[in-house]
Design a protein around this ligand. Structure first.
Ligand code: NDP
Length: 360
């Protein structure tokens, strides 16, 4: 019989984390889900009613992940934790203040690792949700000859000193992910933790929201889903609008990434490694094409752009991560499936936004 793990999951109310929570629970593991407030926990409880009143799922509030001993209380458990999955970290590109990204990403990571050592030494594996932005240098010229092929040994070059001075979030957000992940690897290399580390390195995360009923206002969607909504379906968008150019082509379906987390928790081979989780490459134009097909009733809304113009510019960077399939054992959905399952949700969110009274 497969081993049942006792897992602490941080940022459990997040877009990705709710899918992770589902994967872990459906696989028979017992999870303590944390969020920043009780109201966010209450939303999870509603969406996870199948598990909320069972011994498989309990909750903890961590109001500020950057303060010393932030995780001490939630790390105490009977039975004790053997696994921690850390996903809580800011992702948006709207602030020019680098500290809003750097502080929670880096301190949140070092704090949980230090707290594990002190309070939960039974933890044998820590899985951290990093980002392809920690691997690739996205803010520089994406084109080279030959094209750069990013692999899991690559690291974004930005240093902490550079990141602290950056006012461009396209520099400071990726740096927050790189420096947080690097801090975790250094922690392990320095022999400070008695646990195995696994990091997951996804491209842009897309696909359906776990429970669309939670979304009262589409402006509260997680950043990657909001970007698609904002570009292609938000009230006011018209079919004659241009399709914005694509800067990051690498994407992954949120459900595949959630399954990658389950594999990262359970597979012995996952330990001590970074796993690039990218299901393929896709442009905004392809999103527009697929959405127009999936939502014919929105043909006057979703930008037409240049439907045939879907080729990646020559020399644009790419990625290579066969080990994620061959060793970790992850399989990926098709892009059509990713879009088909998100499209009706986006249409529903747009209808909600159109029906909402205009802000005073
Ligand atoms: P969400 O915004 O839905 O979830 C982020 C989670 O982190 C939420 O629980 C959020 O809590 C928490 N969080 C954000 N800022 C802070 C903070 N300052 N202190 C404590 N907790 C915080 O995002 P996603 O699901 O999209 O992202 C999850 C993870 O995946 C992040 O680590 C992100 O960097 C990474 N990632 C995302 C990609 C994407 O395309 N979406 C691509 C690659 C990596 P709250 O709800 O209270 O704000």
């Amino acid at each position: 019989m497969a081993t049942s793990h006792r897992i602490l999951l941080t940022g459990a109310n997040g877009y990705t984390a709710q899918h992770i929570l589902w994967e872990l629970l459906e696989a028979g593991h017992s999870v303590r889900a944390t969020a920043r407030s009780q109201s966010k926990i209450d939303l999870i409880k509603k969406s996870f009613s199948k598990y909320a009143n069972t011994p498989k799922l309990d909750f903890g509030v961590v109001p500020d992940i950057t303060v010393p001993k932030a995780f001490d209380e939630v790390l105490k458990s009977t039975p004790p934790f053997d696994t921690v999955v850390h996903t809580a970290s800011p992702f948006f590109l709207t602030s020019t203040d680098p500290t809003v990204y750097l502080e929670p990403a880096i301190k949140g990571t070092t704090e949980i690792l230090e707290n594990i050592v002190r309070v939960a030494p039974t933890v044998k594996r820590v899985v951290i949700l990093s980002s392809f932005a920690a691997v690739a240098t996205l803010h520089e010229n994406p084109i080279s000859d030959p094209p750069k092929v990013y692999k899991r040994d690559d690291w974004l070059a930005t240093t902490l000193e550079e990141a602290k001075l950056a006012t461009n979030p396209v520099v400071s957000y990726p740096a927050s992910k790189k420096l947080a992940e690097e801090a975790a690897w250094n922690f392990v290399k320095e022999g400070k933790g008695n646990f195995e580390l696994v990091t997951l390195v996804p491209g842009v995360i897309l696909g359906p929201v776990f429970d669309p009923k939670q979304i009262e206002d589409p402006e509260t969607l997680n950043f990657s889903t909001w970007q698609i909504y904002n570009m292609l379906l938000k009230p006011g968008v018209k079919s004659s609008d241009p399709v914005p150019p694509t800067s990051i082509w690498q994407y992954v379906d949120v459900r595949d990434l959630a399954r990658a987390h389950l594999l990262a928790v359970t597979k012995p081979e996952a330990a001590g490694k970074r796993w690039i989780t990218v299901g393929g490459e896709m442009s905004h134009q392809e999103w527009a094409n697929y959405l127009r097909e999936a939502l014919p009733e929105k043909s006057d809304v979703i930008p037409i752009g240049e439907p045939a113009n879907i080729a990646k510019p020559e020399g644009w960077f790419t990625y290579s991560a066969p080990e994620t399939v061959d060793v970790l054992g992850l399989t990926y959905r098709t892009r059509a499936e990713t879009i088909k399952d998100l499209a009706p949700q986006l249409a529903e969110f747009a209808a909600k936004a159109a029906a909402a009274p205009a802000a005073a």
